[in-house]
Design a protein around this ligand. Structure first.
Ligand code: GUN
Ligand code: ZN
Length: 426
């Protein structure tokens, strides 16, 4: 038994569903009791110290204890090319991304990059990632192997492409199905791993490949499915020229059985009303990637409007189209995008998106993303005064939301004082 002490913020409900400032309970001197990797109690430090007298105590002082961040859309193989200059989506993929992804057929390289990636994200307080790997099964083994070595709950899958990509990054409809199936059988449910059926996006798959992956997902409906939807306007024009029979971009996935609950639609920026209605009707998840959407120049995701109409929304870095490994930096970008759309997101909304919101989006909201008894004990502890600039602003705060907002806007890995995976500090 371990007692982790600090300030705690525990959400009772979705802050988008009412006054955001009332959505969470705050304890100035709170505690999270952890045993065998699971949260057994959340409450005041005094109460839990009295209840668990024998427990080992780890006191983080004024550190803010939150659920570990859940990054709902990343490309771990793009770690090495993050912050590559000057291209929009299709040129960025061809110039930077595909040459780097081609290196992941080398299992040693894939393992080294997976280790580097997980060390980076843990130092930023992220405890769950949902990643595209590359076309190579080696890259999937490297990802899940590195996560298992760290005890992390992660999701991912082999990125399938059989057209509009370099020769070395193309499979076939049959190979995509067979290799994805073999990897799914190997990794899905192994420890804390979850497999995600992963067609990269409509223009890099033939109709035959989309159909094969739709069939695979139908055979394994407890897996997630991830792809990209309506990220850039040039992309949409290109895609619609390739699938003239489809009503819109979303309809392509719909026709091939790649839409439903558990479908994670990355970006989802330029949506028609019909697409929005259909996404909500099936309960798909929309993954907001704000640093990527500004970095690649894609557009402004409508978090406020989509949440108000009842969509499931998660938050993500989209490393390495995104320009950061940090979910703090990602929340800051989400705030700025909200401002540009005339809807400033409240700190409660931002923190919720990075934890429970993303967990709900990946259908894991019953086990991670909340400080609740029975949940897996993945935690991050934040120093709300990690730099002089943040400290001097936080000092003037009159409530917890004003105290945490400078860290959301200006914080990075220096604000992360501890990350716990399954109750163990890493
Ligand atoms: N669309 C298809 N592939 C990618 C990718 O790797 N990154 C981003 N941002 N968009 C994509
Ligand atoms: Zn992506």
């Amino acid at each position: 038994m371990k007692l982790v002490l600090g300030q705690t913020l525990a959400f009772d409900r979705d802050p988008f569903a009412g006054a955001p400032e009332d959505a969470a309970r705050w304890e100035r001197q709170g505690a999270v009791a952890v045993e065998a990797g699971v949260i057994v109690a959340v409450g005041s430090a005094d109460a839990l110290r009295a209840r668990f007298r024998e427990a080992e105590v780890v006191d983080h002082g004024a550190g803010l204890i939150l659920p570990g961040f859940v990054d709902a859309h990343v490309h771990y193989p793009q770690t090495g090319i993050i912050a590559s200059w000057g291209k929009r989506l299709i040129d960025w993929l061809n110039s930077y991304t595909f040459p780097e992804e081609a290196r992941f057929g080398d299992a040693d390289y894939a393992r080294a990059q997976a280790d580097r990636y997980f060390d980076l994200v843990l130092s930023h307080g992220t405890t769950t990632t949902v990643s595209y790997c590359t076309i190579h099964p080696e890259s999937v083994d490297a990802y899940f192997g590195a996560a298992a070595a760290r005890g992390m709950r992660v999701y991912g899958g082999k990125t399938c492409m059989d057209r509009n990509a370099p020769d070395t990054l193309r499979d076939t409809a049959q190979a995509a199905y067979d290799q994805s199936k073999a990897l799914l059988e190997k990794w899905h449910g192994a420890g804390r791993a979850g497999y995600v059926v992963t067609p990269r996006f409509a223009p890099t798959s033939t109709p035959e490949q989309l159909e094969a992956l739709g069939a695979l997902w139908a055979e394994h409906p407890d897996c997630l499915m991830q792809t990209h939807l309506s990220e850039q306007v040039e992309e949409i024009d290109w895609v619609m020229g390739m699938f003239p029979e489809a009503r819109d971009y979303l309809d392509i996935y719909d026709r091939f059985g790649l839409l439903g609950e558990g479908a994670l639609m990355g970006h989802a920026i330029h949506l028609s009303d019909r697409e929005r209605d259909r996404l909500r009707e099936v309960g798909a998840s929309l993954i907001h990637c704000p640093t990527s959407n500004t970095f690649i120049g894609s557009g402004l995701f409508d978090t406020g409007g989509l949440k108000a109409e009842g969509q499931r929304v998660g938050l993500a870095t989209d490393t390495g189209g995104g320009s950061s490994f940090s979910m703090l930096r990602t929340m800051a970008a989400a705030y700025e995008v909200g401002q540009l759309r005339g809807r400033p997101l409240h700190p409660a909304e931002l923190l919720w998106l990075a934890t429970a919101g993303s967990a709900d989006a990946i259908l894991a909201g019953d086990r991670i993303g909340r400080l609740v008894e029975g949940y897996e004990a993945d935690l991050v502890v934040l120093d709300l005064a990690s730099t002089p600039g943040i400290a001097q602003r936080a000092e003037r705060a009159e409530d917890i939301w004003e105290a945490v907002f400078p860290t959301i806007m200006m914080g990075d890995d220096r604000a992360v004082v501890a990350t716990y995976v399954a109750g163990e500090k890493v």
